[in-house]
Design a protein around this ligand. Sequence first.
Ligand SMILES: Nc1ncnc2c1ncn2[C@@H]1O[C@H](COP(=O)(O)OP(=O)(O)O)[C@@H](O)[C@H]1O
Ligand SMILES: [Mg+2]
Length: 144
Amino acid sequence: MRYHYDVPGDDFSRAGHASSEIKKTLQRLGVPADVIKRTAVAMYEAEINMVVHAGGGKADVTIENHAITIVMSDTGPGIENLDLAMQDGYSTAPELVRELGFGAGMGLPNMRRNSDELSIRTAPGEGTTVTMVIRIPEARGAAE
Ligand SMILES: Nc1ncnc2c1ncn2[C@@H]1O[C@H](COP(=O)(O)OP(=O)(O)O)[C@@H](O)[C@H]1O
Ligand SMILES: [Mg+2]
């Protein structure tokens, strides 16, 4: 199953819409709760980053029996120093955004922690594409 969402860049009130839709879909499918939680957290952080740092973008999610693959791509400013951006607490979010409760600098570290695979393609001026894979373990006893 494939799902596509456009992530609006200017609307904080709608930020998180795509990840919450995917969460509901996974719940309907009966995916294990810890997998749903990790997927929702990882995707939410990527979605917020698009809104805060990139002026929006798009999300493509593929759900298969054994894995959830999330591809988040934007045409924003890109990330200049990815190693630095991956560090806990590093943020370039402006003060106004911090006052809204975003910009703690934990988004990328949380994405790494909650996904089984994370790859980021980015270059200054060329946007950012984040790909995350969350594996779905086989249900215990399913083969019995
Ligand atoms: N999609 C993106 N486009 C441009 N820059 C980004 C993007 N995602 C992350 N960044 C950069 O990486 C930094 C760290 O991201 P993150 O860990 O999510 O922290 P925060 O969003 O709280 O600033 C951001 O402050 C920003 O400079
Ligand atoms: Mg963030």
